[in-house]
Design a protein around this ligand. Structure first.
Ligand code: NI
Length: 137
């Protein structure tokens, strides 16, 4: 059977701050620029979850996108939407909530809910022009 990739888009708003506490405010600003603002700031994150696999002979689906929608809502949107990522999401207590780290956290939160025969890729837009991808490597 042909291999096809299906995609589901989702969205969350969240606040963050990128910094290292052992660095001065000046050094943090030099490295992280506006994202180091001590009072936090928000982004409108756009998430795309992509699943690749063979089309199921019985259903004609690679994966039911209604199911994927529900998993993303429960695992990601409810955990991240309108949250301060540094303060309220345990995965970012010890690591900066960069788009890179957020994409890995999202991948790890979703992977166990997706059948293992499907490849998964996360695409995360932090701004309309800045985005990252992660597929578990
Ligand atoms: Ni930022």
């Amino acid at each position: 059977m042909p291999k096809v990739t299906v995609h589901r888009k989702a969205h969350f708003n969240a606040a963050h701050r990128l910094y290292r506490k052992e660095w001065s405010d000046a050094k943090n600003f030099e490295v992280f620029n506006k994202c180091s603002n001590p009072n936090f700031h928000g982004h409108n994150y756009e998430l795309i979850v992509s699943l690749t696999g063979e089309i199921d002979k019985e259903t004609g689906y690679v994966y039911d996108l209604g199911k994927l929608k529900k998993i993303i809502k429960e695992e990601i949107e409810e955990a991240f939407d309108h949250k301060n990522l540094n303060v309220e999401v345990v995965e970012f207590k010890e690591q900066n909530p960069t788009a890179e780290n957020i994409s890995v956290v999202i991948y790890n939160k979703l992977r166990s809910h997706i059948p293992s025969h499907l490849e998964m890729e996360i695409t995360l837009y932090e701004t309309p022009r800045n985005f990252v991808t992660y597929s578990g490597n």
